[in-house]
Write a protein that binds this ligand. Structure first.
Ligand code: FES
Length: 194
């Protein structure tokens, strides 16, 4: 009479060997989960750290698309006298890329205005962005540049003549265009800007 409940109950009770196997399986599954979780977490952290580098390593990985920007100047370069310059602006949706810089500027920083300036017989392209805090400088022909915000002054070659700026104006990378008043400036595509 008591036979059937005892048989059922027997099925519920695990032997010591079964218990050990089950515990081991549970531990293994838990360990696998922790290993996979930590592996995934470290992978995600690694990718996040590498993302800025991928912008430079993998073409097209970053949002910026660099290009050569043809700019038409108000005055042909060969008509500039020493100490003279001509300003230019980036077209809508484009920007210029600084080749160097210090203070508030740095290589790769994007700006939207510049000067083609002749000094010492050579023409250079300088960014109009003040290296102090980023205001636009004005050109005083024959003398250099001045900033209206805090009074910094720069020579014709962009070097600091008076602070608070401590770094020269940045250069743009450029080459002459097909026409006498055309220059090709290293720039960047900025859809929706300007
Ligand atoms: S931003 Fe030009 S002097 Fe301060």
């Amino acid at each position: 009479m008591l036979d059937w409940p005892l048989k059922g109950a027997r099925k519920e009770i695990a032997t010591p060997a079964e218990e050990t196997t089950s515990t081991l399986l549970q531990k293994t599954n838990r360990r696998n989960f922790i290993v996979w979780f930590l592996g995934g977490l470290m992978g995600a952290i690694g990718l996040a750290g590498l993302a800025p580098l991928l912008v430079y390593i993998v073409p097209g990985a970053g949002a910026n698309k660099f290009l050569d920007l043809p700019i038409t100047l108000d005055k042909p370069l060969d008509q500039l006298q020493d100490g003279q310059g001509v300003s230019f602006d980036a077209p809508a949706g484009k920007g210029f890329v600084m080749a160097d810089g210090g203070g508030d500027n740095h290589p790769g920083k994007i700006a939207f205005k510049g000067f083609a300036i002749k000094a010492g017989g050579n023409v250079a392209l300088l960014s109009a962005t003040c290296s102090h805090l980023g205001c636009s400088v004005s050109l005083n022909e024959g003398q250099g540049f001045s900033c209206p915000c805090h009074g910094s002054a720069f020579g014709l070659n962009g070097n600091v003549k008076r602070g608070p700026a401590t770094s020269p104006l940045s250069h743009y990378t450029w080459k002459k265009g097909a026409k006498p008043n055309e220059i090709i400036v290293h720039g960047v595509d900025l859809p929706g800007v300007g």
